[in-house]
Design a protein around this ligand. Structure first.
Ligand code: GDG
Length: 478
């Protein structure tokens, strides 16, 4: 089965038996979240990279259902159709949000899988909740999947679902994709439930990771912890075979192209540049406000460059979009404080009346606004300390239709494995980062084009749709 193809042959089946589907996508969240406006409820797009990549893949597939949380605590909502596919909201209580979501998912797994940039916390109550919420997702998927259906499970919130679902429905074809890095074995073994998690994942027929390093780490952890036999890309454990593959995720390039051609987006881009005072160089950072994204490091580098006179506040402006994220989770309030202090410091010292040097927006922006910004940014700063892929880097490249612009890219992103001609930096090396930022402002258009062209070839050919097809074709062959 291919995602996105018009599955007319299933249509009548779907109408008579709407609760059974041939393709079930399971992710922590739906691609939209529910908002209440008085008595009215409306659905707005969910934030984050996973949704950006998967929504176009599901669009127009009447044979597919997306199972996920609605984004508000408490009772679920009725299933509904969106963009031509079905959404099946699943309920998560306020207590579970604290224990399963903010706790085990985002204060245990997220930091552990991102090189323990903040110390992961291990609490048994969090784990118990994680397991019971994973059971709920598995049960719903088992109920919705038709005989022999394909189920594609996503990300670190649902590591136990493949195994749980396999027990309930041995007939299903189960794929799992991890959007974040898989950590080094030396870190992973700190996890008190390291065995249960690997065993849960091995319920899948195919496990996808973003990079070769992630796959190596996963193989090593699996063979050490379970004693499973591994050969090539195959793991044999408890009489079952699991394939492991590397599937670097891409973006919806058609959407970016459409927006670039939209006159309102073009007008907005011109507007933004003008409102900044038409500086010679616009630098841009677009991140969820997360300690993994290296926002602080780039602001410190920027501050030092201004103080040393290597960048001029008259000629260079930085826009930093910091999308609000996980404000209740340990580490996030601290990073926000540090970022905002740096922004205040830079503007206090180097700004003039009515013209800050850093334009900091702690707000969510629609993709049309981001594309307008990508199209006017001379230098894009993507400096995570660790990142599974980083779609923002790819969106920037896709937006540079005239091959101008410089991408300063951390070596510790999955994107750095593919975008080899970016200005690659080690975000722990502030002097190296500063030199790269200065070099980026001095690049000639010829040099920029030489670096940008190969990156554009990668981004435009390895799209989100190609990524999904590639994964599902491999899954079908399992
Ligand atoms: C995880 C992994 C991996 C829309 N509005 C805003 C905004 N968006 C969109 C961007 C982009 C996406 O959100 C952010 O994707 P990233 O990949 O940069 O980051 P994560 O959310 O951490 O995604 C990551 C991804 O899953 C997919 O596998 O690449 O490594 O961590 O598409 O257009 N983004 C921001 N502000 C907005 O207002 N920052």
């Amino acid at each position: 089965m291919r995602l996105g193809m018009p599955a007319t042959r299933y249509f009548s089946y779907m109408v008579t038996s709407p609760q059974k589907w041939q393709f079930v996508l399971v992710a922590n969240r739906l691609p939209v979240r529910r908002l209440w406006e008085g008595e009215q409820t409306k659905w707005v797009p969910s934030p984050g990279g996973l949704v950006s990549a998967l929504r176009p893949v599901m669009a127009g597939n009447p044979n597919a259902v997306w199972v996920g949380w609605s984004g508000v605590p408490g009772a679920g909502a009725d299933p509904f159709e969106m963009d031509g596919f079905q959404c099946h909201p699943l309920s998560i209580s306020q207590g579970e949000i604290q224990l399963f979501y903010e706790g085990f998912s985002n204060a245990t797994l997220w930091p552990l899988f991102h090189d323990a940039l903040v110390p992961p916390e291990y609490h048994r109550t969090w784990w118990d909740s994680y397991r019971s919420v994973n059971e709920r997702y598995a049960k719903v998927a088992a109920e919705l999947a038709g005989p022999g259906a394909t189920v594609w499970i996503h990300d670190y919130h649902l590591l136990l679902v493949p195994g749980l679902l396999r027990e309930m429905r041995p007939d299903l074809r189960i794929g799992f994709f991890l959007h974040i890095p898989f950590p080094a074995w030396e870190l992973y073994i700190r996890m008190p439930w390291r065995y249960e998690i690997i065993e849960g994942l091995l319920g899948a027929n195919l496990i996808g990771l973003q990079t070769p390093l992630g796959a190596d780490n996963f193989f090593r952890a699996t063979s050490r912890i379970t004693g499973a036999k591994t050969s090539g890309k195959t793991i044999v454990y408890a009489g079952r075979t699991t394939q492991v593959g590397i599937f670097p995720i891409g973006i919806d390039t058609n959407r970016v192209n459409d927006l670039l051609e939209d006159p309102t987006v073009q007008a907005r881009a011109a507007d933004i540049r003008q409102s900044l005072g038409s500086p010679q160089t616009v630098m841009l950072g677009v991140d969820r406000l997360d300690y993994t994204k290296g926002i602080e490091v780039r602001l410190r580098a920027f501050r030092e460059l201004l103080a040393e006179g290597r960048l001029s506040p008259d000629r260079c402006t930085l826009i930093q979009i910091a999308e609000p994220s996980r404000s209740q989770v340990t580490g996030y309030a601290e990073v926000r404080r540090a970022v905002e202090q740096l922004v205040g410091d830079v503007n206090g010292n180097f700004g003039i009346m009515g013209r800050p040097v850093v334009h900091y927006l702690h707000q969510s922006h629609p993709i049309s606004e981001l594309v307008a910004m990508y199209s006017i940014a001379d230098v894009m700063l993507v400096t995570p300390l660790r990142d599974g892929m980083n779609l923002v880097a790819k969106e920037y490249v896709a937006s540079r239709t005239d091959n101008t612009g410089v991408l300063v890219l951390s070596e510790f992103t999955g994107a750095a494995h593919e975008l080899r001609t970016a200005e690659l930096v080690n975000p722990h090396d502030i002097e190296g980062l500063k030199s790269a930022m200065v070099a980026a402002t001095h690049r000639s258009s010829g040099e920029s084009a030489k670096a940008m062209k190969p990156m554009r070839r990668v981004v435009l050919s390895k799209t989100a749709q190609a990524w999904a097809e590639n994964f599902l074709t491999k899954l079908e062959a399992c």
